[in-house]
Write a new protein. Structure first.
Length: 309
């Protein structure tokens, strides 16, 4: 049974999960402060349905549970060798002390998942979660709930996590809003207004005073070129050729003198947001290109492959 969307003249009236109940996942997405309305929430909700299965931690409706993790700080439990994801966006935001952003997505469920008894108080929740996490065996995973407030999942690797989006109040480089904000920070753009769904649907985005456009040009049936233009001048560019289940990034533009590496990194992340498919590096990278890809690996946005990509 598919999800059902009921609309009226005022917009989205309700969204139901595959079991016919009102979708908690849609409500969670729509309540995020950076989601620009119901259409944006629907874009992400629809994308999330591919994770509505037993391979992921799901809610009572069978939809994946939306989880958050700050990328720059220690979690509240002081667990240094494991990763803690929470259902509380505000908590993750408070933990993002270095403004590196918040990963938002879904946690894969392991066979050895252990559910800690539900806690009634914050003190009990802290004690039960921390002690269970410290005692967790290699390859393990645990779920702990503070009654009526939040749930956390403790796991070992980012490979156990499937990202849906990333948030950063200052500049989310996983989507076009972050790219524009970086240009604002460099003094090149005075203001920026955009809708997240416009990025995902390949629409042009225009700022209020300066113009930023993303052009997606077909070079051949198997090749395309993605250009980011500021007031008609290209500030980021990459060629994408069909490769395996995604695209191979060629001719990555590192010529912008203002911030070449960051522009290149943002262009690659924007390429992923545009295509919604894996983006692979070429095998013959320059020193500068290698540095860009390595920075994506360090940020847990990319992974190195055995074949050198």
């Amino acid at each position: 049974m598919a999800c059902n969307i009921v609309r009226n003249k005022s917009g989205v009236q309700s969204v139901t999960a595959p079991n016919g109940q009102e979708s908690n996942l849609y409500q969670d997405i729509n309540s995020l402060p950076f989601i620009k309305g119901e259409n944006d929430a629907l874009v992400y909700h629809n994308k999330a349905q591919e994770y509505a299965n037993d391979s992921y931690i799901t809610d009572s409706n069978g939809e994946p549970v939306l989880m958050f993790r700050a990328r720059s700080s220690q979690d509240e439990f002081g667990i240094f060798d494991k990763l803690v994801f929470t259902t509380s966006f505000e908590e993750a935001k408070a933990q993002d002390v270095n403004n590196r952003g918040i990963d938002i997505g879904f946690v894969k469920k392991k066979k050895g998942l252990v559910s800690v008894p539900r806690s009634g108080t914050q003190r009990e929740f802290f004690r039960n979660t921390r002690n269970s996490a410290l005692a967790m065996n290699k390859g393990g995973q645990l779920l702990s709930e503070l009654s009526g407030q939040k749930t956390v999942v403790v796991t070992e690797s980012m490979n156990d996590f499937k990202p849906l989006m990333r948030y950063n109040a200052a500049g989310d480089t996983a989507n076009f809003e972050g790219f524009a904000n970086e240009l604002i920070g460099a003094g090149l753009v005075k203001d920026s207004k955009q809708n997240t769904s416009e990025v995902l649907e390949n629409s042009d985005i225009v700022t209020s005073s300066d113009s930023i456009e993303v052009s997606d040009n077909e070079l051949s049936p198997t090749s395309r070129e993605l250009n980011v233009e500021l007031n008609g001048e290209i500030v980021g560019s990459v060629q994408l050729n069909n490769f395996l289940d995604g695209t191979e990034a060629l001719n990555l533009d590192l010529g912008n003198q203002a911030f070449p590496a960051q522009n290149a990194r943002n262009t690659l992340e924007l390429a992923f947001a545009r295509t919604n498919k894996p983006v692979y590096s070429s095998l013959n990278l320059s020193t500068e290109e290698t540095a860009v890809w390595d920075s994506l690996v360090q940020a847990n946005v990319a992974e190195k492959m055995e074949n050198g990509r």
